[in-house]
Design a protein around this ligand. Sequence first.
Ligand SMILES: [Zn+2]
Ligand SMILES: [Zn+2]
Length: 269
Amino acid sequence: MRIVFRGVRGSLPTPYSENLEYGGNTACVEVRSSSGDILALDGGTGLKDMGVSLIEEFGRKGFDVEVLLSHYHWDHIQGIPFFDPLFSSGNSIRFFGPGPKLEKVLAGQMGAPYFPIDFYQTGSRKEFIPVESAPFTIGTLSVHPFGLNHPQGATGYRLESEEGTVTYATDLEHGDEQFDRILREYAQNSDVLIYDAQYTPEEYERRRGWGHSTWLEATLVAGDADVGQLVLFHHDPSHSDSDCDEIAKQAGRHFPETIVAHEGLIIEL
Ligand SMILES: [Zn+2]
Ligand SMILES: [Zn+2]
């Protein structure tokens, strides 16, 4: 399995020189399975670059992409209208996401007056699969969705394959006993845990109820769930590269196998 971080920022893109080492694109993680399945975890602005690289790799011959959405806040869907493979008739794209309004939400963000091209005029074949709590399979991957504590709700995904297990958990706020327990259950023994670490513990005190967590909580979850590698993700837009370096240092003292995600980071399992 190959994991490529295409967008690691939370909330909104930050194309500023002081944070470009970690990157300014919003949430998108590409996952490739050993059997050649192509997945995007979320469709933030990082999805644009993933599309460009897929076209480079496959040219215009058709391919299939599975887009798994955690929820529909802008920073998780805004790259979809700019995802080149959406426009080619040979491609087939399956969208997975929570709730029955999945298709309506995606079509709506490209409806007038928000976007010049209607969603249904893009050439790819599309399928919409509402995600509930039941596990499902994509090629050789088994996918286990679970609920996260976030305003209007969000879904995490545990991906299991023969090569290893990756758990994607963004956006979420810790502190709810039931959600905290579910998260630890689903993250248990993951080789890689990708976790919403938007705030420092100090910042979090002023942002309670906003639906995000901290690097400190990330290290506690990683320890409790016995994960191999913790990846801090969904960085606050105000965090500069030096802030992220500092977070890496501090989090590493609590859980040594911690990486602060940056655009272009690749993890192979
Ligand atoms: Zn977000
Ligand atoms: Zn959100």
